[in-house]
Each structure stands twice: as C-alpha cells, then as structure tokens.
Design a protein around this ligand. Structure first.
Ligand code: C2E
Ligand code: MG
Ligand code: MG
Ligand code: MG
Length: 276
C-alpha cells in the first residue's frame, strides 16, 4: 500500500486518516518533543500506614502539554510502550524519582519516605536494566532502601529466571519490589512464591467493589491472606471512602493509597502535607 504512490497520496494523511489514528501519531510526535523540552512531570500520591501517617509516595507521570494541558499516563504510556519511547521516558522517571529521594534523604523530617516507581515490562527486560538502576542510585546518591520498583504481572510472564536474577541483584543492594494491580493479571501462584517481592498492591477494582459485591470482597480478603502467608506487605490501592478503609483495616491491611488520603500532587504539596 505504501508503494502505491498515486496522485492522491499526499492528501491521504490529512483527509482520510481516522481521528483516532491521527491522535495517536500526534501523541507519538509530541512525546519526543516532550522528552526534549521537559514537558514531563512527576506527581506524588501519598501512601499511609494503619494510623494514617504518610510513609511514602508513588511517583505518577503526567505530560504538561503546551496546548492540551495535563495529559494523564493512560493516554500516552501504552503508546510509549508500543513504540519504544517508554525506555527514554522510563529512564527520565527513574532519574527524577532518585533525585527526589536524594533530596528527601537530607531532610530529617522527610528522610523516612519511600518512593514507588512504576517500571514497564520492556524496561525490566532490557539487558542493562540492573546496571542502569544501580548507576542512577549511585550518581544521584538516593538511598536504595527507599526505592520501591512497581512491576505488573505482565512484566513477569516471560524470561522468569532472568527476571528473578535481576530482582535478586537489585534486592542485594536494598531496592524493594512491589507487585502492582495484583489480581488483575495472570500470575501463577507457583512463580509468585519464587519472586523476591516485598509488597503486593491490591488493585483498586477490588477495593472499590468490596462493599458492593461479595466476589471483590473475597478476592481482597484472599490477597491479604496470601500476602501474610508469603511475608509480604499488602497495600490497598484506590481507597476512596472511610468505609473502605475500615473494612480493609479490619481484615489486616497494612498500607493504603487513594483519594481518601490524597490525590497525586506536586512535591511541594506533599511536603506541605507532611509538615501540617
Ligand atoms: P497505577 O500504577 O496502578 O497507579 C494508580 C492509578 O490510580 C493512578 O492513575 C492514580 O492517580 C489512580 N488512583 C489513585 N488513587 C485513586 C482513587 O482513590 N480512586 C481512583 N479512581 N483512582 C485512583 P494515573 O496517575 O492516571 O496512572 C495510571 C497508570 O499509568 C498507573 O497505574 C501506571 O500503570 C501508569 N503509570 C503512571 N506513571 C507511570 C510511570 O512513570 N511509568 C510507567 N511505566 N507507568 C506509569
Ligand atoms: Mg503503580
Ligand atoms: Mg496500581
Ligand atoms: Mg492501575
């Protein structure tokens, strides 16, 4: 088709491309510029313990588009994963998060904070992933013990032996691992027990469903039991109401994240919450 360059071909892009495809390629082109021109930012969503004290945050990327305003990761991360741009974007996220951790480490009132960073499957599968993380930690001076890498089940489907090896090396240096959106993917309980994980995050769909339907409630409960048996810390995502918090607390949930405790916010806002 591409070779069929008839006289109409110049108009093809402008007039016949479906709007969705056009938005897709606009985003792709825009993302390259975003990386070069510092249009990406991290927002920080608090994570709290059973007493409601902020123990850390999750770094969540946003794109401050000069015309469209703030674009959420759901609109560009899947595209970036498909076209490879997730690698430079992921490097930027890791670098920025570690710079933040290094700054917190120097402030006594903030030095206890952990920072969770989302890592895509393609990042994890890069042969130099371990070296890259260790290099950024060393160069920024961020404490490895405060860095938590969030993986999804989809990142753990292929080359499981290689992934276990990579995780183990980073863990020896103090880095922690969390399994994100747990219960929504295709984890095999067999290899789950072999992964050197520290934390399971109960997906927000179960948290939001647990007061309405018994299935969600059962799944949330089972994840908490599983985490306890495996010696993992369990964090509930997407906690929006006091009722959800109470039900999770009662079942033994250890950590919480969600709009009830705070939306993703700028680092200044997060630090303000801690001083309040
Ligand atoms: P995630 O890692 O599961 O992040 C949690 C998402 O839930 C965030 O959406 C957060 O804003 C949202 N959320 C938190 N609390 C609540 C709540 O109480 N209610 C509701 N309805 N939602 C809540 P966000 O920021 O739009 O991020 C979406 C996804 O994009 C993330 O899901 C993650 O998979 C991906 N993502 C974000 N930042 C990065 C990044 O730096 N790198 C990679 N690879 N992926 C990222
Ligand atoms: Mg996450
Ligand atoms: Mg999640
Ligand atoms: Mg999610």
């Amino acid at each position: 088709q591409a070779k069929n360059t008839g006289s109409n071909s110049l108009c093809f892009f402008d007039t016949r491309m479906p709007a969705q495809v056009r938005e897709r390629s606009d985003i792709e082109a825009g993302l390259r510029i975003a990386l070069e021109q510092d249009q990406l930012v991290l927002h920080y969503q608090p994570q709290v313990d059973r007493d409601g004290h902020i123990i850390g945050a999750e770094a969540l990327i946003r794109w401050c588009h000069p015309q469209q305003g703030m674009i959420s990761p759901g609109r560009f991360i899947p595209l970036a994963e498909a076209n490879g741009l997730i690698l430079p974007i992921g490097n930027w996220v890791l670098e920025t998060a570690c710079q933040q951790l290094a700054r917190w480490a120097e402030v006594p009132a903030l030095a206890h904070l952990t920072l969770s960073v989302n890592v895509s499957a393609n990042q994890l599968s890069q042969p130099d992933f371990v070296e890259r993380v260790l290099e950024v930690l060393q160069r920024t001076g961020a404490p490895a013990q405060k860095l938590k890498l969030e993986l999804t089940e989809s990142a753990l489907v292929h080359e499981i032996e290689e992934i276990i090896r990579k995780m183990s090396v980073l863990k020896e240096h103090g880095v922690c691992f969390s399994l994100d959106d747990f219960g929504t993917g295709y984890s095999s309980l067999n290899y789950l027990s072999r992964l050197p994980l520290d934390q399971l995050k109960i997906d927000q769909s179960f948290v939001q469903g647990m007061l309405q339907d018994t299935n969600s409630a059962e799944i949330a409960h089972l994840i908490m039991l599983l985490a306890e048996r495996m010696g993992l810390v369990v964090l509930a995502e997407g906690v929006e109401t006091e009722e959800q918090r109470a039900a999770l607390l009662e079942r033994g949930c250890q950590q919480f994240q969600g709009y009830l405790f705070g939306r993703p916010m700028t680092v200044e806002q997060l630090e303000g919450e801690l001083q309040a």
